[in-house]
Design a protein around this ligand. Structure first.
Ligand SMILES: Cc1cc2nc3c(=O)[nH]c(=O)nc-3n(C[C@H](O)[C@H](O)[C@H](O)COP(=O)(O)OP(=O)(O)OC[C@H]3O[C@@H](n4cnc5c(N)ncnc54)[C@H](O)[C@@H]3O)c2cc1C
Length: 547
């Protein structure tokens, strides 16, 4: 088969058997799993919005922005040419295009502005598309969405900031918030001496005598430092407390928020992650003194959902690239897609991607109803931690295997695969690294047994649908009755995640997907690597369903 590129020869040879670049395709309408999940989880009304966004994110132009934003990473400008501190970060125009696209389509605000139910679900689906094109810019988008529940613990601040956060206008000008049409927010908890153990924070807060606070100290990681304000943790008289620290004071002066340097990172290069110092920076308290962790945890809970989404999206994009390549590349006289072993690899990758997507979308629905439904609150609480642990652990392995499907072309920067590969480990580091999440799962099971009950009730809905699932679940339930210790926490988290994914696939996917998943992930018929599904698997059906 000749592809369109074949006709472009060079002086010495004809260029043959190279795949066409995957561009100008619709990320949503080519994703049946996501379409089904959108309807099922209660956001069918957002279909046309998703169609449009899927078209936009798949254009050659938007794909180019993703490459440009990563090839031209942000640059820190600490001072102007006259020596005044400015603490600004300069971005390539492509970054701003990506940000505008996402903010204006409601990715940072939709669940808080949408009047009909399903806002969290619709947004999760939109994020899955945006992040496939370019993941770095979704960091400030995610934090600006996630900050709202924490902010609502201080109603005066919520009233002041929410209209700007919800405006769906991207306004990157470095100006006092009052002069801007839209705002973005970040968070700064991690310090040099510890990120997981934030109670060890040394940053101090003293009252300014006028209802505000002055913050002195540092943060070792502060992503998206060009945001308009940050939730930060600092030690006040009453203990570790959450504060809202704006870049500008109410007098229109630059706050004592100084960017020391930008991190040079493995991935996530389009996004700026910085080290910052606070020099008596003016801030306002969010929630009570001493309740800092309890206040900011609501933000963290929402960004954890976005970590699941982020990993699911990298997995989806890697899968799509692999299938596309295999459909256009021939080896040993046959298209790769028709080679039995390649079909096994692709089908296995597709199972993992579908499981991650349905799990992420189910959790988004739980976020939707968590205020009014105790069961959904439990699923959101425990299910998100479990999914954050497992899906972000599967991401790097899945992207690695998909990269290999492209052979040498997958290792070359002109393909998107190296970028996906570098990005993939991040979701299991920030917002709680693997071990810390597993400890949180144990804590949730001990302190909130009703969350575990709710999650198990949901998982059990698939009982009777597959004997391997039934056996797996029974064994899991037995082990859950014994008190789990830290040494076993990873294994337990993994089994709960697999049971949740299998339950969703048995109930909602096609039989060939559910059957292969149960065989390979719950039974004894799968191997350690991808491409080890049993020979009875309906490979073509699974791959065709995927893309
Ligand atoms: C690109 C990037 C951007 C970031 N952006 C931000 C940001 O905007 N704001 C912010 O506040 N932070 C940010 N972070 C920081 C991130 O949240 C922390 O790196 C993370 O929470 C881990 O903290 P740490 O690096 O101090 O590692 P540590 O806390 O030292 O942990 C090191 C390892 O020990 C494990 N560990 C910790 N405690 C235990 C235990 N009790 N038992 C077993 N194992 C344990 C952890 O799981 C981890 O694997 C960012 C990080 C990265 C990489």
């Amino acid at each position: 088969m000749k592809t369109a590129l074949d006709v472009r020869g060079s002086g010495t040879h004809e260029v043959l058997n190279q795949a066409l670049p995957l561009a100008d395709y619709n990320l949503f309408s080519t994703d049946r799993v996501l379409q089904e999940a959108l309807d099922r989880e209660g956001a069918g009304w957002a279909r046309s919005r998703l169609e449009e966004f899927g078209r936009l994110t798949g254009t050659e132009e938007a794909i180019r922005w993703g490459f440009q934003a990563n090839e031209n990473p942000p640059v820190l400008r600490t001072h102007d040419r006259f020596g005044h501190r400015i603490d600004e970060v300069e971005f390539h125009p492509a970054w701003h295009h990506l940000m505008r696209l996402s903010v204006e389509h409601g990715l940072s605000s939709l669940p808080w502005t949408e009047t009909q139910p399903g806002g969290h679900v619709a947004r999760a689906a939109l994020m899955l598309l945006a992040s496939q094109n370019e993941a770095g810019h979704t960091c400030p988008v995610s934090m600006s969405y996630a900050v709202v529940p924490a902010l609502r613990k201080q109603l005066d601040l919520a009233r002041e900031w929410e209209p700007r956060l919800h405006s769906a206008r991207y306004d990157p000008r470095a100006r006092p918030a009052a002069e801007k049409s839209g705002a973005l927010m970040g968070m700064a908890m991690t310090e040099k001496q510890g990120g997981s153990d934030v109670r060890a924070n040394t940053t101090m807060a003293e009252t300014d005598g006028a209802g505000g606070y002055l913050i002195t100290g540092h943060k070792w990681f502060c992503s998206a430092p060009m945001c308009d304000a940050f939730l930060v943790l600092a030690q006040a008289l009453g203990g570790l407390t959450c504060f809202l620290l704006p870049r500008w004071t109410p007098d229109g002066e630059r706050n004592g928020f100084h960017i020391q340097r930008l991190k040079s990172k493995l991935g996530n290069r389009s996004n700026a992650s910085s080290e910052v110092e606070f020099d008596r920076a003016w801030a306002r308290r969010v929630g009570e003194e001493g309740r800092g962790v309890a206040t900011i945890i609501d933000m963290v809970q929402h960004t954890r959902l976005d970590c699941v989404m982020g990993s699911a999206s990298l997995m989806r994009q890697a899968l799509v690239q692999a299938i596309h390549h295999a459909r256009h590349r021939k080896a040993f006289g046959r298209m790769l897609i028709d080679q039995p072993l390649m079909r096994n690899v692709l089908a296995d990758l597709a199972l993992e991607s579908e499981a991650a997507t349905v799990l992420m979308m189910r959790l988004a629905r739980a976020f939707e109803a968590r205020e009014t439904d105790a069961g959904e609150r439990g699923i959101a609480r425990l299910g998100t931690a479990i999914a954050k642990y497992w899906v972000s652990k599967r991401g790097p392995a899945q992207v690695n295997e998909a990269l290999e499907c492209l052979g040498g072309n997958g290792f070359v920067e002109e393909s998107i695969l190296p970028r996906l590969y570098r990005e993939a480990p991040l979701n299991s580091i920030w917002e709680g690294s693997g071990n810390v999440i597993c400890l949180d799962i144990l804590r949730a099971m001990n302190k909130e047994p009703e969350a575990l009950d709710a999650l198990l009730r949901e998982i059990r809905l698939a009982r009777g649908g597959d004997s391997r699932f039934d056996g797996f679940l029974t064994a899991l339930e037995q082990d859950l009755t014994a008190s789990a210790n830290e040494l076993e926490a990873r294994r337990l988290a993994e089994r709960m995640a697999l049971a949740f994914e299998a339950s969703l696939l048995i109930r909602h996917s096609v039989p060939e997907v559910a059957d292969a998943f149960c065989a390979a992930r719950l039974g004894s018929e799968g191997g350690g690597a991808f491409g080890t599904l049993p020979a009875s698997t309906r490979f073509a059906a699974i791959v065709n369903r995927a893309f």
